[in-house]
Design a protein around this ligand. Structure first.
Ligand code: NAD
Length: 268
């Protein structure tokens, strides 16, 4: 990657602002160029949330753009570089163009009960559906077949890289990011003699899709990563692995399970 166009997305923490200034100077002193509108590389400076924001800013250019995360707080899942390694990072941009990795994304399509046009989103971590403070009732199908009738607080549908985020908090499994599949986890399902769901998270293959057919059409909160979409009149939501993937540049290999251990367990 010699002389590439770089965009920087940072959060408002003073450390991130200072790191962004240093990084901009280093990039301009090398053969690279800052280009916020038409970048080949997007660098996020902050935490996982900043990388999620960067992804949503540039998710219409996924075939042209690679991402890279610098963390200014604790080690993140999408942020491989530390704030004191900026010289090394700029150097690696010039030399290590082979080192990239890509991860699956979640394709979300919402259809409406009132005939409104479908809406389409991409999620890097997950999408959730909840119904205000009332019970959500939905038929869940895998491909064409009804799988279960769900009653409860809601559902979380996550990517492998999102499996360590909200999914983990609702009892989902942590998936290695090389697995090309998505996970459906229940949020407080109602299980008794009348209503019955599987009660455990399921991992759905990349050639399959999940349809969540809602029984009432109002009061739903749908999230796509950090965004909440308050939609009225939803009919159904379809989930599958997207055709697009997110590409990370200058990827530094850290054993995935070491990262999980480092983040959630720590030293004995
Ligand atoms: P935020 O700033 O509150 O971030 C929440 C935490 O999630 C941060 O510590 C962040 O580092 C971590 N995180 C984000 N993506 C991760 C990933 N893939 N693996 C492990 N940890 C990850 O919120 P935000 O910045 O707006 O980020 C939105 C994300 O936060 C959502 O996509 C969701 O996954 C997560 N979240 C989690 C919970 C929960 O666990 N109960 C609740 C709300 C949101």
């Amino acid at each position: 990657m010699k002389g590439i166009r770089v965009a920087i997305v940072h959060n408002q923490e003073s450390k991130s602002v200072e790191v962004t200034k240093r990084l901009t100077t280093l990039l301009e002193q090398s053969e690279n160029k800052i280009d916020q509108d038409n970048p080949e590389l997007v660098i996020s400076v902050g935490g996982d949330g900043t990388l999620l924001s960067a992804f949503h800013l540039y998710n219409h250019k996924l075939d042209q753009v690679q991402f890279l995360g610098v963390h200014t707080g604790h080690l993140g899942f999408y942020t491989d570089w530390r704030d004191y390694e900026l010289e090394e990072l700029v150097e690696s941009l010039c030399n290590d163009h082979q080192k990239s990795v890509s991860y699956p994304l979640l394709d979300v399509r919402i259809t409406y009960a009132n005939g409104k046009s479908d809406k389409h989103f991409l999620a890097l971590n997950e999408s959730t559906i909840k119904r205000g403070n009332r019970t959500m009732v939905a038929d869940i199908s895998i491909k064409e077949d009804l799988f279960e009738k769900f009653r409860g607080d809601g559902l979380s549908i996550s990517t492998p890289t999102g499996s360590t985020a909200y999914n983990k908090s609702v009892g989902g499994a942590v998936l290695h990011p090389s697995i090309n599949a998505f996970q459906l986890a229940e949020i407080a399902s109602l299980n008794n003699r009348v209503f019955r769901t599987l009660g455990s998270p399921i991992v759905v293959g990349h050639h399959e899709w999940v349809k969540v057919q809602l029984q009432q059409s109002t009061d739903y909160l749908v999230t796509i990563d950090q965004f909440t979409i308050e939609q009225e009149e939803i009919d159904a939501i379809y989930y599958r692995i997207a055709d697009e993937r997110i590409h990370f540049a200058s990827y530094r290999h850290m054993h995935f399970w070491n990262r999980v251990k480092d983040s959630f367990i720590g030293e004995e």
